[in-house]
Design a protein around this ligand. Structure first.
Ligand code: SF4
Length: 396
């Protein structure tokens, strides 16, 4: 096989994509060292891989796995990277009674579960106390309805209450830098509080799927490696990596788009630090060229799953001899199937290189036809296929 940098030139959408040759070479040599190991398939979650659609899976996850906020759009913390924007599109359920009504509606609409979250108090806790009895009632009435909860910071007692209420999966952002906690989150809590939360969660029977937000320090990487060490000490079921998106930040405290080469190097370090843990790239990441670069590095670093892969990634993985599975659904990494199954081998459809190439040829042919309207007039292609942050993709 030719080297990876040359091979990238054979993937049409990546032909002109600027990537760091040294990083590509490092990723390739790390990968060669795994020869002979049983490497799990690369799992893509995409609503646009049309030839794989099945009747149950064509829907967007925002209906199948909606996000519900117990504080509506309110959050006392107003972190600099979010300022509660994450919460705004969610379904509000400000009382236990409202939560019960909302869930009944979701079930009637064919929903399979939800992400339950809410804005934080000033200690980065979401105040769920009043809701546990209702969550238990939901789980007793609809045992197949899955609930992934954004826990924020907890202690042993709170983690136990979540488990006893029947929460299936617990999620939290792991922050490894005190400066980020103080400056970006405006929080008087310590890195140890985040590690203690992780410790409390992994003691329960809940699936624990923490997130690392890469570039959380105003677009720069700072505590991410410490977060990896914390995760290494309290191994969760899977880890979701997302990349900070600068556009929610205020002009006074702006964020830059994280340097994609540093993100790629972090993927490589994360893969080495957590070799047995499923690593998933969530759908929150910057758009445009940065997104393509980030996705290409994620494929080459051997991450286990990518939500909404950019153009060319399925082909790249197949050309790198990775087994490829495609689930024609979106948002599942944020709240749904993948978090529940934590990258199990059972889901999705496994494809070989020939099937991927045939699909790609068909898709490009269709794309060429669809940007030219009747009489050869150029029409604007519908946006959304590969853009970041559709509503259901966001967690609090
Ligand atoms: S990240 Fe969470 S705690 Fe911070 S402002 Fe957004 S919703 Fe609030």
């Amino acid at each position: 096989m030719s080297n990876w940098y040359d091979l990238l030139q054979h993937v049409e959408p990546l032909e002109d994509l600027p990537l760091d040759p040294d990083l590509v070479q490092s990723l390739e040599s790390d990968w060669s060292a795994l020869a002979g190991c049983d490497i799990p398939p690369m799992h893509f979650y995409t609503p646009t891989f049309k030839s794989c659609r099945t009747s149950e899976l064509t829907d967007c996850g925002s209906k199948t796995w909606p996000a519900v906020s117990v504080t509506g759009g309110d959050c006392k913390l107003q972190c600099d990277h979010c300022r509660a924007a994450i919460l705004k599109p969610m379904i509000p359920a400000r009382t236990p009674e409202e939560l019960w009504r909302v869930v009944n509606g979701i079930v009637e609409d064919g929903g399979r579960g939800m992400l339950l979250t809410g804005g934080s108090n000033r200690r980065n806790e979401v105040e769920y106390d009043a809701y546990y009895a209702t969550i238990r009632r939901i789980k007793d009435t609809f045992p197949d309805f899955r609930i992934a909860m954004h826990t924020a910071l907890v202690d042993d007692d709170v983690a136990l209450s979540m488990e006893q209420a029947g929460i299936d999966a617990a999620m939290m952002d792991v922050i490894g830098s005190q400066d980020t906690i103080t400056q970006v989150y405006h929080l008087r809590r310590s890195v140890d509080d985040f590690e203690a939360t992780l410790e409390s969660l992994v003691k329960t029977r809940m699936k624990v799927v923490p997130h690392i937000v890469i570039g959380l320090h105003y677009g720069r990487l700072l505590g991410e490696w410490n977060a990896l060490e914390m995760l290494g000490r309290h191994l969760p079921d899977a880890v979701v990596l997302v990349v900070v998106m600068p556009f929610y930040a205020s002009e006074n405290r702006p964020f830059v788009t994280p340097d994609t080469e540093s993100v790629g190097r972090f993927f490589m370090d994360a893969r080495k630090a957590l070799p047995e843990t499923p690593l998933l790239l969530g759908c929150a990441r910057p758009p445009g060229i940065a997104r393509q670069q980030i996705d290409a590095y994620a494929v080459m670093a051997g991450l286990n799953g990518i939500a909404h892969p950019s153009d060319g990634m399925v082909e790249l993985a197949a050309r790198l001899d990775r087994r490829v599975r495609v689930t024609p659904a979106c948002c599942s990494i944020a709240v749904g199937d993948e978090v529940m199954a934590v990258a199990g081998d059972s889901a999705g459809i496994e494809l070989d290189l020939e099937a991927v190439l045939a699909q790609e040829r068909r898709r490009r042919e269709l794309a060429r036809v669809s940007v030219t309207g009747p009489g050869g007039i150029r029409v604007v292609a519908r946006a959304g296929a590969f853009t970041a942050g559709s509503d259901g993709c966001r967690g609090g």
